[in-house]
Design a protein. Sequence first.
Length: 224
Amino acid sequence: MKILIDDKLQRASGMPAEVLSPALSDKYTTAVIFNAVFDESEVVDCIGVGYTDATEIEVTDGSDSVTVTIAASNKNGLYLLGETFESDTLTIEHNGTYIGRIALGKYRTLGTSPTKEIGFYTTNESRKTLSGQVIPGAGGYSGRRFEADVRYKIDEDVYEDIATAYNDQISKGFPYFLLLDDEQHKVPASMLHFYATTKQPLSLLQSSTYKFLYSYKFSFMEAF
């Protein structure tokens, strides 16, 4: 799977709070062009998109530009730019009327073990009366789940992404942007792009080798 661990836009200036919020319902409708300014040049090769009616998003550094086509259905997730930008200023423009969240950064590829789990979850808490009738719970929600075991694929680069993002993103439960293209033979096509959080913030990594290669079992729950 491909994953964006460190959203570099969280440390950029010039971005409205709505498109940095992990809650996709905090959509932004005022403008379609954003100028992200970083303290120093950043390497960017992917974009995370959440909750938008846009069909295209363009990223440019002033001289080069890339246009990404957004999936017609299940748009929320990770998209590869197909080009690597290294700049302290990036402009993002979309052709929609609203957008919930944008993320930029460098994606990491984490190979997963053959065993995977897909399914659903819910926070609804229905109750059953003494007469056996079911009273639906109020205020709950439901979504999809994806669990994958990453065995000895977390190297030093991935660890540094985790360390950089831990304080302002991971520890706060920010969802991850995923691209499950390598898993398409095992997961539904509707889960190609996925926006999901983990049950608990990522904690201990495991290793039993003599190399800097660690493992972690990810339990993703769809976020909104």
